[in-house]
Structure formats: C-alpha cells, structure tokens
Design a protein around this ligand. Structure first.
Ligand code: URP
Ligand code: ZN
Ligand code: ZN
Ligand code: ZN
Length: 510
C-alpha cells in the first residue's frame, strides 16, 4: 500500500512477516512515540525504498531489515526549513555555506528539507533558475525553491508563469528593503501580487521600509555611529511594522494570500494578528534568531563578535523574542524558519569601518530543531504535536507538498528524526557542520537531542556522525494553488456583487 497516506491502513503488516531479498533500503524504527501534527501514538515505523510503508504497533520484519530502537524517544517528521540562503551572492560576497555544507549541517540538526530563495540574474528569472539548479547539484538532501522578483516587465511576468507551470516554484519573494539592490516599489509589488494570485503562487515579503532604512543609516553615519550597533539603530521596529502593514493591506486589496518572512518584531507580529482578525490569509514566519536572541550582542566591544549578529530585519531588544514565542504558541505566527545566510568572520569584516557593508545574515539551519525544542517544548509553551506542526507540517501544507513531506504516515517520504528528550545538546563553532568559523548560538546548551536523522529512507546522522553523499538530494517540485487559495474566488465574487448592487439599486430608484 505504498502511496496511500494513512496510519493504520496497512493492517496486513502487523500479522505478516515482512521480508524480501534486498536489505540496505529497509528500516524499522521500533517502539518510539510517533508524532504527527494531529496526534501521537506509540508505534513502529517500517520504511522501504525511501518511503514509509507502515506506521503501527508491533510490526514484525525479517532479519534483512535494519532495526532502530526508539523506545522512550520521539519519532517525528524531519524538519523543513522554509527560509534559507545557500550559495547566495549578497553584499559583495557569497554565503560560506553552499548547498552541500548547508544541507549537511541541516541533516546533523534534524532538518531534512529546505526551501531556498533563487535570486534572479539581472532581474532574469530563467537565468537565476539555471544558476541555482547548478548550485544545487551537490545537494545531499531534498530541497525546493522560492524565487525573488527584483524587477518588473513583460518578460518577468511571463517567466513567473514558466516557473510555476514548468519549474515547480509556487512562491515569489518581494523585498521592500535593500534599496539599490533587491528592493522593489509598491507599483511592482502590486503587479507581482496580481500575477501571484492569477498563478496560484504565494506572495512573500521581506517587510522593512527600505527608503526609511536608508534615511536611518545616513542618520547613524552623520552621528559618527559606524559599528554594528548602527545596524539595529538605523532600522527600528516601526519600519518593519510599517512595511508589514503596507504589504498586508496591498495583499488584501488584491485579495491574495501573503507570507511575511522573518517576522522580527512585536510591531510586525501585531499587524499580522490584526489581519487575522479581519479574516485575511496572512502567514507569519518568525526565525530562530528572532525567537531566542536579543540585540545586546550588537553593542559588544569586539567587532567580530558584534558583526556576526547583523541580519535584517535586525535582532531586536529583549521582549520582542518573548512576544514572538507567545505569538507562535497561539498560532498568530505559524511556522519557524532560519534565514540561514552565513558569512564567516573575514566576510563580516568587510564592514569593519561601516556597518552598512557588513554582509547581513546569521546561521541557524543546524540549530533550529534543537533550539525550538528547548525554547518552546521544554518550557511548556507548546506541545510535541505543535512542535511537529511549526517545524515541518505547516511548511509542507503551505507549500503544497503535504503529506509527501511533513508527516510520518504510510506513503510519505521517509524523512524522519528520532529525538531523545532526556539527552542534551551543546552548540559551538568547533563542532557544528557549517563552514563558518562562528556561530551566533555559541555555548548554548539545552535539552532534547536529535540522535538519528533519516532522509529519503537512509540513516544520514547517527552517533554524532554524518553519512552524506553529494548529489543524493532531490529537487522537490511544489504545485500551485495550495490551501491558502481556497475561497479566494468566492471572496472576489462577493466583492464584485457588493460593487454593483448598491449602484444599480440607487440608479433605478432615481
Ligand atoms: O539578513 C538577512 N536576512 N539576510 C538574508 C537576506 C534576507 O533578507 O532574507
Ligand atoms: Zn499494506
Ligand atoms: Zn529577507
Ligand atoms: Zn532570507
């Protein structure tokens, strides 16, 4: 019954004996607490050829099947990171983690799929897609693509269609910041939203007011503030709140769903909460750095320590982190990304004399699953089923690849982690798998450790060792018109009739 998604439809497997000639691709995860976003149960998970065949208690297998003991441990869908930048050319340099090193780090931390942002080449989507397809050839885990839109003309509009209909992309990101490079105008944003809506593609925004950020940067430089703290001071939460509100209102005007990436402030989060109250479909994605760090590091006397925390929108003052955690636990924010965009200390030093030149970005792809477990589950803020939802299932559902991804169900891809809640983790640049020489979570310890990662049915992380092969990762195509598009046409129809009805009534009356 491979290909059927369900937990107990394979009733045949518990009574019969599973065996066949080839051995390496067969796994049984025995006796763990299997957790999905909707419920959990103690069960075995049987895997064959990269696919979950059965999830139920007491599955019996032949001796050609490798058995992994998971008693007392959680067996969960591998993490899906909705927001990464591997091999990205940005701010005069290129991220130190490419598709291989970034993915190896991800697997060591329990993430088995990520969605990366294709950056167009001189505005060209097709050229950008080719470049990223090449970059991703060394992949060792499954990945998908979002695509940024950095200019607007007929070719871009047509290429968006090609990306959605032929290339498996169902989301486009619009930058409202990075003036002079990636930033786009409101006019383009509106055109882009309309095109996204017609294609069933999800519009995503980096929400900061880029004009005001440029003004804030000038203000800091005029005041003689050139260090990393100038980064935070030049782009306060108000500018994130404004851009978030504007994007939400314009998406509402077009009536298309919106995904706000890296929500870093109370200001932005409250705009999303307000939109939900009015029934608008807006997804809010906090990132690990915003959930667990505060901005005090940016004032560190040592430049290289302070510079490693420079990302946009900036890491905020203490308080924003706790508010974002609360919003995540109450579903105002829906899923957690990393914005993994890593530069080493030499690269960060490009901005030693001017914070505007420090490449923006922090690590997180390896740390996300551990830090969210420790911060959210261990603290009692969310349940284990919620953990699965915010680290995996929600992402798969939003980007329309559920239940192939994001579930431990018969028929799903065998991307699975075994997490030991009684073990602990410690983060350090000395032991992490990113190529960077620094880690923004240096020295952090916590409870809950991913002891085993299974990707595509293969054990790739076990006993603190990686077993990964470049080129083994697959590109996952993501179809358009995900569930966020349900009902959009009905809202449009109601809007149209609301426009005509009163006008016609008053004209016939006069
Ligand atoms: O600082 C960041 N966030 N770097 C990556 C690019 C982006 O804005 O997502
Ligand atoms: Zn069956
Ligand atoms: Zn961004
Ligand atoms: Zn990003």
């Amino acid at each position: 019954c491979v290909g059927v998604y369900g937990e107990s439809e394979c009733g045949d497997l518990s009574s019969s004996f599973l065996s066949s000639s080839s051995s390496s691709s067969k796994l049984l995860i025995k006796g763990g607490i299997v957790v999905n976003a909707h419920h959990q149960l103690v069960a075995d998970v049987y895997i064959e050829n990269g696919i979950i065949v059965s999830v139920q208690p007491n599955i019996k297998v032949g001796d050609d099947v490798r058995v992994l003991d998971a008693i007392g441990k959680y067996v969960m869908p591998g993490g899906i990171d909705p927001h990464t930048h591997l091999g990205m050319e940005f701010m005069g340099t290129e991220t130190i983690d490419d598709f291989f090193s970034g993915q190896a780090a991800a697997l060591a931390g329990g993430t088995t799929m990520h969605i990366d942002f294709v950056i167009p080449v001189d505005g060209s989507l097709t050229a950008g897609f080719e470049v990223y397809t090449e970059k991703a050839k060394r992949s060792c885990m499954d990945y998908g693509f979002h695509m940024a839109i950095t200019k607007w003309d007929e070719v871009v509009a047509r290429d968006m269609e090609v990306m959605v209909k032929e290339k498996g992309i169902n989301s486009f990101k619009f930058f409202l910041a990075y003036k002079g490079s990636l930033m786009i105008s409101d006019e383009l944003l509106l055109q882009g939203f309309k095109k996204c809506k017609s294609l069933g593609a999800l519009a995503m925004v980096h929400a900061e007011n880029g004009d005001a950020v440029a003004e804030g940067q000038r203000r800091m430089i005029d005041l003689g503030i050139t260090g990393p703290e100038g980064h935070a001071l030049s782009r306060p939460p108000e500018l994130e709140g404004e851009a978030t509100s504007r994007a939400i209102r314009l998406a509402g005007f077009v009536n298309t769903p919106l995904y706000v990436v890296h929500v870093m402030s109370i200001d932005a989060m409250e705009e999303i909460a307000k939109a939900h109250k009015s029934g608008q479909k807006v997804v809010g994605e906090p990132v690990v750095s915003g959930l667990v760090l505060d901005d005090s590091w940016l004032w560190d006397n040592d430049f290289s320590t302070a510079a490693k925390y420079v990302m946009s929108p900036p890491i905020r003052k203490r308080g924003h982190d706790k508010a974002l955690q609360a919003a995540l636990s109450t579903k105002i924010l829906q899923l957690v990304g990393t914005d993994h965009c890593t530069f080493n200390s030499t690269q960060k030093a490009l901005g030693i004399d001017d914070f505007r030149k420090i490449p923006n970005g922090v690590n997180g792809i390896e740390e996300r699953m551990h830090l969210i477990w420790d911060t959210m589950v261990e603290s009692g803020q969310i349940s284990v089923t919620d953990y699965v939802r915010i680290t995996s299932t929600e992402c798969a559902q939003i980007f329309n690849i559920y239940p192939k991804k994001g579930a431990v169900l018969a028929g799903s891809d065998a991307d699975i982690i075994i997490l030991n809640p009684n073990s602990s983790f410690e983060i350090s640049a000395r032991s992490h798998h990113s190529r960077s020489d620094t880690n923004v979570y240096e020295g952090r310890r916590g409870k809950g450790k991913v002891e085993v990662t299974i990707a595509g049915g293969k054990v790739v992380w076990e006993h603190d060792e990686l077993n990964v092969v470049p080129g083994s990762g697959r590109y996952i195509e993501m179809p358009p018109f995900g569930h966020l598009f349900n009902g959009i046409d009905k809202v449009d129809a109601a809007y149209m009739s609301s426009l005509h009805a009163p006008v016609q009534r008053s004209r016939t009356a006069s």
